[in-house]
Ligand binder design. Structure first.
Ligand code: SAM
Length: 281
């Protein structure tokens, strides 16, 4: 095997979802670093591989792991990094180690395979030509709403990870920020027994999750369709911007400025501003 640091993707649920190349590398590298050694040993055992595994997680010292990798590679050996699930570095540790290894002149070799993001985008039925991976949002409601609002004008499909105990709160916040009519998809327990892929409006999804506690268990990827440049309606983020600009300019100008800037239609914005003005007056 060529000397270097292999970044190896492992299953996100179904243990058969691993490439032949990944198995060969996991079996033969001189040093295997894993986020959770017990978890990785189960995967190895399932595939009949018996070997030593070294821990490297978010609290590990990158310097000492790098030193081990350098010693191994200096002797012509090879190393691999795996996380608990999917592709390392995708909401998983490894970024500092990859950079440090490259800076130390060690070849970093990707061994592609599963990732919950790619599995979800492939099966969600939402536009897949452009997507934006945003990972995990903040845990607190106000911070999460502000974080979601930061993507209010995004036209690519948004891909988020969320913990089961926050899935309902996160979807509720998404309704508040983007409006209940925005299309979205929840991908739960991908490749596992209780795999659920449910597409609908954000309002539908809140109802779906709220009325079935089973839908608040397991692992989740949430996909939210981006703003459609040709769509007539617009979300809370656009509305907030309109209100701010309308403080300094008449409704017609404010609507034209925001619409031009965002590539959206002027008329619905103008009408919304007039309606708002009438209801405030
Ligand atoms: N590195 C992984 C990847 O490539 O997708 C992601 C690791 S991150 C710590 C774990 C999160 O990924 C979970 O909380 C969940 O949001 C998502 N995830 C992982 N496996 C999943 C699965 N089987 N189904 C749905 N989401 C999953």
């Amino acid at each position: 095997m060529e000397s270097g640091l292999y970044i190896v993707a492992t299953p996100i649920g179904h243990l058969d979802d691993i490439t032949l190349r990944a198995l060969r590398i996991l079996e033969h590298v001189d040093l295997l670093a894993a986020e959770d050694t017990r978890h990785t040993r189960k995967l190895l055992q399932y595939h009949g591989i018996e070997r030593s595994v070294t821990a490297y997680h978010e609290h590990s010292s990158t310097a000492s792991m790098l030193a081990k990798i350098q010693t191994t590679c200096a002797a012509g050996g090879s190393c691999a990094l795996v996380s608990d699930a999917g592709t390392p570095l995708i909401s998983d540790p490894g970024y500092e180690l990859v950079r440090a290894a490259q800076d130390a002149g060690i070849r970093v070799i990707p061994v592609p395979g599963p990732s919950a993001t790619i599995a979800a985008i492939s099966a969600a039925g939402l536009p897949s030509d452009r997507f934006l991976f945003a990972g995990f949002g903040p845990a607190k409601e106000s911070a999460r709403r502000a974080w979601l609002a930061g993507y209010a004008f995004e036209s690519a499909t948004l891909v988020l990870y969320e913990a089961p105990h926050r899935i309902l709160a996160m979807l509720t916040d998404a309704v508040a920020v983007y409006g209940g009519a925005r299309e979205a998809c929840i991908c739960r327990e991908l490749t596992k027994t209780f795999e659920t892929i449910k597409r609908g409006t954000l309002a539908d999804l809140v109802e779906f999750v709220a009325h079935d506690s089973n839908q608040q268990r397991g692992e989740f990827v949430v996909l939210i369709r981006g703003t459609d440049e040709t769509q007539a309606d617009f979300g809370q983020g656009e509305q907030e911007l309109l209100v701010q600009i309308a403080e300094y300019a008449p409704p017609k100008i404010a609507a034209a400025m925001v619409a031009d800037y965002l590539g959206l239609k002027k008329k619905p914005m103008y009408e919304w501003l007039l309606e708002r003005k009438n209801s405030v007056d």
